[in-house]
Design a binder for this molecule. Sequence first.
Ligand code: UDX
Length: 445
Amino acid sequence: MAVIAQKCPHIKVTVVDLNEARIAAWNDPDTENIPVYEPGLSTVVAEARGRNLFFSTEVDKAIDEAEMIFISVNTPTKTYGTGKGMAADLKYIELCARQIARVAKDDKIVVEKSTLPVRTAEAVKNILQNTGNGVNYQILSNPEFLAEGTAVEDLHAPDRVLIGGDTTPEGQEALNALVEVYANWVPRERILTTNLWSSELSKLTANAFLAQRVSSINALSELCERTGADVTEVARSIGTDSRIGPKFLKASVGFGGSCFQKDILNLVYIARSYGLKEVADYWEQVIIMNDHQKSRFANNIVKTLYNTVSGKKIAFLGWAFKKDTNDTRESAAIYVADALLNEEAGIAVYDPKVPESQVFFDLDYLGTRSPEKNKQLVTNFTDPYEACKDAHAIAILTEWDEFKTYDWQRIFDNMKKPAFVFDGRSIVDSAALTDIGFKVYTIGK
Ligand code: UDX
């Protein structure tokens, strides 16, 4: 919404949320304090805020005034009832739709921005038409393809914008209205229009295909370790085939983030609910492989540290699910930590952007052990050298650039010996570290 406001000064954009503290943070006079860390975002907000970009808690007023309403609420994986652990929880979508229906007094275009299972638009349409004030609604699907850490870049120059709408003349008119918004800065040939269901399904499957590549290369990483092949070399060899391409072939400790796992589980759930067992099993294997990669990384640490980490200090460099974001949702670090904590390890966490409260929130959320026990075993540091001091091992979970430029000699001097580094992101210079005296394990080597 901030980028739409920046690129379309003639359009008034109002972002509303029930959460007063969050809106207050978005209105913070110092745009460096906005709640989301994303390179370049504070500049965009600084440019548009107060001009044609507004943050407010007056939800009804904003609905009443708007011609086009984007629904961007969260759709977490259900934690209860049918589809528990797999299906998307559409509670917040439904509440939004009901609020729009109650308030709207003139025709609206409602845009699904949240990632939704296919055919959700039908539910939204039903609610709007049956509980509304007799006004007309058009529902569009406009899934977001930005990746975190490069969000502003991705929005300024997207590979494509996808907009799905009804094939009726009224549907096409609504669809064109949204095309005109994006056409202010996106070349028209990059604005794809489809029917509603194709658009909804495309988002889930784009993420499934990307995640599948990561799971594929991660599956090969284990085979490389056994055979003496090097996963980086294999990835380069595969990636130079122009039909395959070089992207998303970086072996890692496992993918994380708010989308991949959730969207695939969703896809699996949808396939299964249509009775498509093989289709569901096929995609589910992408998740199974990812879980295996995380536990394999943790098990390898335990095994290497002479089959016991109890009472040992293990330093975690990185907690976010990837670099340049403070987002930790589904981060591999959480699951690796959980496995090591089960072995009674002491964990020292350093992440340049993730606060201590988030680390404990993530661990407590798993419910594996009491919050007191987590507090007892996990310590957070704001200085990486302190985090690594007296550690038996360092585990690199996020590929933050700064990890490459640390004074590794200084880190080595202050660690217990033998000093181990488990590089889950292949980012440090393992030859240089080995020369210093570290015992280095790199995924896929
Ligand atoms: C993803 C999609 O890329 C984006 O289009 C969609 O809108 C939302 O989901 P995001 O979750 O922000 O974006 O991050 P992404 O860059 O796709 O990375 C996902 C995970 O895969 C991260 O944990 C990342 O570290 C991991 N990954 C990615 C690898 O392990 N290896 C790779 O080669 C690429």
